[in-house]
Design a binder for this molecule. Structure first.
Ligand code: TNX
Length: 537
């Protein structure tokens, strides 16, 4: 009897012990896919008392993203501490300048003895933490421990410009949403936020020297309803919004904390009706002009013949450069009709004086003058591919949106390029059957097509290819009135683009991506991101 009891107790004990040991290794589903990943056997459990070790102040600051996630998602309170020693079973986050890793690279090792994350800069450490977070459960749930799968990752991005754009002019997006947009970008390891701040339909950034830009230029009297094709109806409701310079500083800092550079776009010489409505003397005819109430391209643009235009734009740039620490300032340059310049005596006089034979050359004159000014302020110019017409400014970078031709031409001339071709990168297009989607501008860009994009055209030599800085998704908001709609258009397509710009060229596999995305959308659910579910029913 006694021995039977002993046997039962022993069996219970043994099965309990083996259960304890048989912690299931969670499946690894990372987006974007890291450059190198080796699965290892076993797991590591993060407990509230697990020491979190950082080796300097910068690492301590970045570690906050990890501790915040542990607390917000699982209720596990842990805090980083500066220490010289590395206790056993700890999480160690190290910035080691002598590690030989690139600025955005990191090495992550998880094994039953602990977690080690090494980077040479805080940027890489931040990306390593993003990966570490994706190794944890995707949904919010109170936990006493978080089980990580053992593995080795050596990771670094393929491109240096991993961009998402947002047009806040056609529809204004509140500051709190812009911050969310940045959070979601960071989660996908994007590092460049192209903020489209001025347009025909609204000027959205406070410029202290020119208060009318926001008093007048940020408000349109009404907005076209739908596509406005037959019948053409307007909503008879004033629409406005802008960011104060304090808002801008807050957003730029918020982005910097997440290793995202904000590149502001101040449009010229076209898409400028909101500025002309505020200061009519800047147009060829002197106006009157009004902030546009419908979408498209408008003939009234900045006058290229008047000195006031350049004085105004340089003054605007003076304020912009103090607000944005980015290396690049985007000056637009797209879709600038030349009809007013053809009839304008001052524009024609400028052309004669400077021996410019076409209006395209006058546009080139305009952009080159602005480039000189930006360069004198220590900034570089980037513009849409129309800036190639009439001759590219000497140091300008080109954003290729009318497919890839502009980018190819610029790279061949040894100018830096960001690829944003409509066919792969326009997130304002439909992504599934339009009958099932909210109204969009048109086009069709399903998830798989974004995933298949290859930013380096095969017609470039290896040397020319080195001028391709990366790619960017563009989010024009003519038909996106709300932040929820923006999220719907951007996700999951931005995840596909994230993999295009981060993961090594040969590593792409759509089925594998879909499999990993099944987990990524659970993360979207946890954050409340309103993504398009067409591919995930
Ligand atoms: C073209 S892309 C534009 C935008 C529109 C967009 C709509 C570019 C440089 N210009 O002004 O919003 O098409 O897809």
């Amino acid at each position: 009897m006694n021995s039977l009891r002993f046997l039962i107790i022993s069996l219970v004990f043994i099965s309990f012990m083996s259960c304890k040991e048989e912690v299931i290794r969670p499946e690894v589903k990372l987006v974007p896919q890291p450059a190198m990943l080796i699965d290892r056997e076993g797991t590591f459990a993060i407990l509230p008392e697990t020491p979190l070790v950082v080796n300097n102040e910068e690492a301590l600051k970045v570690s906050g993203f990890l501790t915040k996630h542990l607390e917000d998602f699982y209720g596990i309170k842990n805090s980083g501490r500066l220490t010289a020693s590395e206790p056993k079973k700890s999480i160690s986050l190290k910035i080691d300048k002598s590690s030989g890793l690139g600025k955005e690279a990191y090495n992550l090792s998880v094994n039953p003895k602990g977690v080690t994350l090494v980077a040479s800069e805080p940027n890489g450490l931040f990306y390593g933490i993003q990966t570490l977070i994706q190794l944890m459960p995707s949904s919010r749930k109170k936990l006493t421990e978080v089980i990580l799968p053992a593995l080795e990752i050596k990771d670094s991005p393929r491109f240096t410009w991993r961009g998402l754009h947002l047009d806040v002019c056609r529809h204004f997006m509140p500051k709190e949403f812009v911050k969310k947009y940045l959070d979601y970008m960071a989660m996908h390891k994007f590092n460049t936020f192209h903020w489209h701040l001025t347009e025909d339909q609204g000027w959205r950034i406070e410029i202290k020297k020119y208060p009318k830009l926001t008093e007048v230029g940020s408000i349109r009297k009404e907005t076209l309803i739908g596509h406005g094709r037959n019948p053409v109806n307007y909503d008879n409701t004033p629409y406005g919004g802008f960011y104060s310079q304090e808002d801008v500083k807050e957003i730029v800092q918020y982005a910097a904390d997440r290793f995202i550079t904000v590149v502001p776009e101040i449009e010229m010489p076209g898409h400028a009706l909101s500025a002309l409505a505020s200061y009519p003397e800047l147009g060829c005819t002197g106006g009157p002009y009004e902030v546009a109430t419908r979408w498209g391209v408008f003939d009234d643009v900045y006058c290229a013949g008047k000195e006031e235009t350049f004085t105004f734009l340089q003054d605007v740039i003076d304020e912009i450069v103090t607000l944005f620490p980015s290396e690049y300032i985007h000056i637009g340059g797209d879709e600038c009709p030349k009809t007013k310049w053809q009839k304008c005596p001052l524009c024609q006089k400028r052309m004669r004086q400077d021996s410019l034979t076409t209006e395209h050359e006058l546009q080139s004159y305009f952009v080159q003058r602005m480039e000189k000014y930006l360069n004198s302020k220590g900034k570089k110019l980037i513009g849409w591919d129309e800036i190639l017409e009439g001759g590219l400014a000497p140091n300008a970078a080109v954003m290729s949106w009318r497919e890839e031709e502009g980018g190819i031409a610029a790279a061949k001339q040894h100018h830096f390029v960001v690829m944003t071709p409509g066919k792969y990168c326009y997130f304002d297009h439909y992504q599934t059957d339009p009958k099932t989607e909210p109204l969009a501008i048109g086009g069709f860009l399903p998830l798989k097509q974004v995933y298949e994009y290859e930013p380096v055209p095969s017609s470039l030599t290896e040397e020319e290819a080195s001028y391709i800085m990366g790619a960017q998704g563009n989010v024009w908001t003519e038909y996106m009135k709300t932040s929820q709609h923006v999220e719907y258009m951007v996700y999951p397509r931005a995840a596909a683009l994230a993999e295009v710009v981060w993961s090594p060229k040969g590593s792409k596999n759509y089925e594998g991506f879909q499999h990993r995305m099944a987990e990524q959308i659970k993360r979207y659910d946890a954050y409340g991101i309103n993504y398009c579910k067409a591919e995930f029913k």
